[in-house]
Design a protein around this ligand. Structure first.
Ligand SMILES: Nc1ncnc2c1ncn2[C@@H]1O[C@H](COP(=O)(O)OP(=O)(O)OP(=O)(O)O)[C@@H](O)[C@H]1O
Ligand SMILES: [Mg+2]
Length: 251
């Protein structure tokens, strides 16, 4: 597996950063789905730069929170403010990678080319992007023949093709082998170093320790804790987070 290389500056797209979309500010955000309260009274402030790991037990509302931040769903209460912009208005400046990558039934290269073409970006960047995620040698293969880890790297290449200011990742390494996990983490770390703001959902405590600048711990649809990663891992303030870090069932 080839080492993730930073995209050459000449191949990176010029970001349309007339007005930055950070900080992000949530106040009293609630989400109801089918009569159930999924998120409740979420206040959150995220500044520019770094990697925020979103953690919490199954059903805590992590995936739904990412969807709200990315403007795929609207909150039932409260406000989500990307430095004065509504989530829908800045979605094109962000990218979201799901746990199960959504790929086109085309070749690996065509999957990246599609994104570039759709956005009117430089299509000659396909090979640099595939090289960046270690998939240059698979360019002509059908994407559906990729392994789970390879497919996830292709999903990342598609996400990075738009040079997003915000990269949302929802458990992108669940069920991958250790080498694939490492490859994905390297690519994410490079994106972060390149100035992309990363918001990453994981259940993998080791991964969170490796990548996090700060941790948001969600529990029952609320932000139970948000703070610097070292404080969270050394001394979680809530019983739920303590149990979570101990590997105990948290309900
Ligand atoms: N369309 C829906 N209608 C009703 N409830 C829903 C809907 N979608 C999600 N939920 C519920 O919202 C809650 C939060 O879901 P979410 O997917 O955000 O959890 P999560 O923290 O990402 O969990 P996991 O770690 O299992 O991925 C869950 O209890 C889920 O069952
Ligand atoms: Mg989820």
């Amino acid at each position: 597996m080839s080492e993730a290389r930073p995209l050459p500056a000449s191949l990176a797209t010029a970001r349309a950063v007339a007005v930055p979309i950070l900080p992000l500010r949530l106040r009293g955000v609630g989400l109801r789905l089918g009569g159930a309260v999924i998120l409740d009274g979420v206040d959150l402030d995220l500044g520019a730069g770094g990697c925020t790991m979103v953690m919490g037990p199954n059903g805590a509302g992590k995936s739904q929170l990412l969807k709200l931040l990315h403007g795929l769903t609207a909150p039932s209460a409260g406000t989500i403010d990307w430095n004065g912009h509504a989530p829908q208005a800045v979605r094109a400046r962000q990218a979201l990678v799901f746990q199960k990558p959504v790929l086109l039934r085309r070749s690996v290269a065509a999957n990246v080319d599609f994104v570039l073409r759709a956005r009117g970006l430089d299509r000659s960047r396909v090979s640099a992007l595939l090289d960046h995620v270690g998939l240059a040698h698979k360019a002509a293969q059908p994407a559906r023949h990729l392994s789970g880890g390879e497919a996830q790297r292709l999903a990342l290449a598609r996400a990075l093709a738009t040079d997003p200011e915000i990269l949302f990742l929802d458990e992108p390494t669940a069920s991958l082998d250790p080498a694939s996990v490492q490859a994905i983490e390297r690519i994410v770390a490079r994106a972060r170093e390149g100035g992309t703001r990363v918001i990453f959902v994981t259940h993998d405590i080791g991964q969170a320790r490796r990548l996090a600048d700060d941790v948001v711990f969600l529990h029952r649809g609320r932000v139970a804790e948000h703070g610097p990663a070292r404080d969270f891992f050394r001394q979680p303030r809530t019983e739920a987070a303590r149990r979570f870090l101990d590997g105990q069932l948290v309900v």
